[in-house]
Ligand binder design. Sequence first.
Ligand SMILES: Cc1cc2nc3c(=O)[nH]c(=O)nc-3n(C[C@H](O)[C@H](O)[C@H](O)COP(=O)(O)OP(=O)(O)OC[C@H]3O[C@@H](n4cnc5c(N)ncnc54)[C@H](O)[C@@H]3O)c2cc1C
Length: 392
Amino acid sequence: MKSDLFQAPDYYQVDDLLTDEHKLVRNTAREWVKKNLSPIIEEYAQRAEFPKELINGLAEVGAFGSYIPEKYGGAGLDQISYGLIMQELERGDSGIRSTASVQSSLVMGPIYNYGTEAQRQKYLPKLASGEWMGSFGLTEPNHGSNPGGMETKFKDMGDHYLLNGAKMWISNAPICNVAVVWAKNEEGRIHGLIVERGMEGFSTPETHNKWSLRASITGELIFDNVKVPKENLLPNKSGLGAPLLCLDSARYGIAWGAIGAAMDCYDTALRYAKERTQFGKPIGQFQLQQKKLAEMITEITKAQLLTWRLGVLKNEGRATSAQISMAKRNNVDMALKIAREARQVLGAMGISGEYSIMRHAMNLESVITYEGTHDVHLLITGLDITGLNAFK
Ligand SMILES: Cc1cc2nc3c(=O)[nH]c(=O)nc-3n(C[C@H](O)[C@H](O)[C@H](O)COP(=O)(O)OP(=O)(O)OC[C@H]3O[C@@H](n4cnc5c(N)ncnc54)[C@H](O)[C@@H]3O)c2cc1C
């Protein structure tokens, strides 16, 4: 494994838009990734194994609950700091960023926003420290882009709820201590329930044979007459809007994260193009390779500015779901295109695990699908600008 030579591109001096705290948080995460993640990630991805040894370090850099208040164990940071941490983690690997996104936005987020004070105190500190890992169950075998059709349901049995159904493609499922699960009550209304490992009838089989996000663990959540205590229902928001608001936060983090993956691919390709010689000169001197590199840095710069502005709006509580969709869609597409182009700049070496590019490219094939597919985000923008629903 080569040492991590990453140098972050900042063509438009976007750093000037960041506060000292943003830069400190970002640099801490960047150094942590160089020291702890980069040296081991390729081997874990090749083995399709989640590096559990990184959990404590992720907690220490504030990746679990970055914007959750400190009194619940979170880092109490703003939205731009959260985004910058996601960028740095995904610069290392999208799978590790996925683990952090799920824990922060999809597990701690709903418990903090929709939970009782007792639920916040019981779960958030353990999730922030990494003592407990969480998962988020929305997608089902028959309902992906259309989660409103979900079949998982719960019944009021007087002193508890009885939960039945199945979720699939769930990040962190096989290692989770708690799962935030979305299910319909007898009236067909969607609610969030906190399901804990050990509850009878709850199992989390692992999903194998993934060519993407191999260092992130994925699985199913199966509920076979699971008795869920009544105090585990998230009381303060229900309906499809509840999980969708959680997804807004995770999608926002992905918009930043994708820039990290793109930066890593660009930086690797740029260095290689200056070092690799063919026909008596560095390949970076050929116009065709310069076109690729120039277009990469242009797209990264546009994405940095888009995302920084979105972060400002999010800090002010003004970012709309549609704006977040635009950034998620644009940035992941941008990163995937850059990964493919960067891979070509490296020729055969581009497919080697000696470099990170092919791993990023494979990872981004999941990132472009989860948390709303590329198509779904386009339909959200279309609906927002025309007022006309093209979903059905
Ligand atoms: C590695 C990984 C981890 C994941 N982690 C989680 C997790 O932690 N929790 C969770 O709940 N889910 C998770 N998911 C699931 C993910 O969110 C879904 O895969 C995604 O929402 C798409 O659903 P689907 O796969 O069922 O595709 P489908 O909804 O079946 O879509 C298939 C295709 O049809 C298109 N399509 C669908 N509807 C329309 C339409 N109206 N108009 C035009 N085109 C349409 C889609 O864009 C897509 O191209 C994960 C997925 C992956 C791959």
